[in-house]
Design a protein around this ligand. Structure first.
Ligand code: V47
Ligand code: SF4
Length: 389
């Protein structure tokens, strides 16, 4: 990744004093503080968006990344009971499922380049069962990039095997793991942890596992679950802890703010507003100056806000996904999967250029502003008739 320039940021004239101060700080190669981040939440959203978009353009030009992937949630049986989670089921409960090898293999469809595996902490599974999920997916398509198991699952495997995280991660890598997803981070606040996920690992262990992975050369992502009982200050604190880890042990690809889907948890009445979503995306782009990408995760944001986020600092749309189960157990209204043409359409509508990537951000195919592939092949946008607007 080349060093970002400041050309787009330097060309901006800001009207809001807090956003202007943030721009000046970034231009001087300074960093936004906790207080700066919190103050920016009160700034006008369009001003924030202009600055965050300029930062994203200085890093990536007009490129926005996406992947043709599937999400695989092999079991929803979980020994924990996080208060925000509508997905997990107790063993034997109605709706509890565990996929067979055939069902797992069926998720590895021919056109995908990435599989994202995450699920519950099963009471009967051994570490080998989790390794098998990766082995079976990889055996079906050896070129597949595998992004699998959150730090919460890695910690669970350590307890199952009584082995340190280095050993667990080395076994997973032998089975075919390429990268860790960013889930399980929730919010790095002990107050929030005690309230809504008290059985689960906290900030220290999550950060430790990602640090170990990075030092072993295993890249990862980081999420933030927001829009429930956390404060804006706790959101910014979460970003700063991630920024410090990336300074210490580089290896993060993307930061992914996950908009909480209230479902039937009773925690909050409604999902965060689109304005709050866009502010969270923009501020994370400004605070996380050492992260390559901020991801606009359309499954949680909904397609409309996710496509607006492309103009508020997001440079990655995740992927086509397929049968996502976690957000949809919490009644998310987004479709369960999206065709490649839909991804291209969202990016083109935002006036940017699509780049199809794999889980390791290697370029699979680049597209022009008109949505046509630059290698001259007939692309899915044309095939779906979406190239004319
Ligand atoms: O860890 C659970 C969250 C995460 C809800 O790394 C919820 O590229 C919203 O981590 N509303 C799993 N969120 C998903 C995840 C992820 C998603 C996309 C990309 C990547 C990546 C990672 O989902 C869990 C938890 O934080 N979650 N319930 C809910 N009701
Ligand atoms: Fe289990 Fe994860 Fe749901 Fe918590 S969020 S109950 S660990 S599946």
């Amino acid at each position: 990744m080349s060093t970002p320039t400041h050309d787009h940021v330097a060309a901006l004239r800001m009207r809001d004093p807090a956003v202007a101060a943030a721009r000046d700080r970034l231009l001087a190669d300074g960093r936004l503080s906790q207080e700066d981040g919190v103050r920016l939440f009160d700034a006008p959203v369009l001003e924030l968006g202009r600055l965050a978009d300029a930062v994203a353009r200085d890093r990536h030009g007009d490129r926005v990344y996406f992947t043709v992937n599937r999400q695989l949630n092999p079991t929803n049986v979980c020994v924990l009971a996080c208060r925000f989670c509508d997905y997990a089921k107790k063993p034997g409960a109605e709706g509890a499922y565990t996929m067979t090898r055939e069902q797992i293999e069926a998720h590895v469809e021919p056109g995908i380049t990435e599989i994202h595996i995450v699920g519950g902490l099963h009471n009967r599974w051994r570490f080998d069962d989790y390794l098998d999920v990766i082995r079976w997916a990889k055996a079906k398509k050896p070129s597949l990039s595998v992004k699998a198991y959150t730090a919460v699952e890695i910690d669970f495997f350590c307890r199952l095997t009584r082995q340190p995280a280095e050993w667990v991660l080395a076994r997973l890598r032998e089975a075919g793991l390429d990268a860790l997803p960013g889930g399980g981070a929730e919010v790095f606040s002990e107050r929030v942890r005690r309230e809504i996920f008290r059985q689960k690992i906290g900030a220290q262990r999550w950060l430790e596992i990602h640090e170990i992975a990075h030092r072993m050369g295993i890249p990862s992502n980081a999420t933030l679950l927001y829009g429930h009982i956390e404060t804006r200050a706790e959101r910014v604190q979460h970003m700063i802890l991630l920024r410090e880890l990336e300074d210490r042990a580089p290896g993060f690809f993307a930061f992914i703010p996950l908009a909480f889907q209230p479902g039937v948890t009773g925690l909050v009445r409604r999902q965060a507003s689109a304005i709050e979503d866009l502010k969270t995306i923009a501020i994370s782009r400004l605070v996380l100056d050492n992260f390559a990408h901020v991801k606009s995760y359309w499954i949680m944001l909904g397609q409309d806000t996710a496509s607006a986020a492309i103009s508020f600092g997001a440079s990655d749309l995740d992927g086509t996904i397929g049968q996502e189960k976690i957000a949809h157990a919490a009644l998310a209204r987004s479709p369960v999967g999206m065709a490649e043409a839909g991804m291209l359409h969202m990016i083109r509508e935002a006036g940017k250029r699509a780049v199809q990537r794999d889980a390791l951000y290697r370029v699979v195919r680049e597209y022009g502003r008109d949505g046509a592939p630059l290698d001259g092949a007939g692309g899915p946008l044309e095939a779906a008739g979406a190239a004319q607007s």
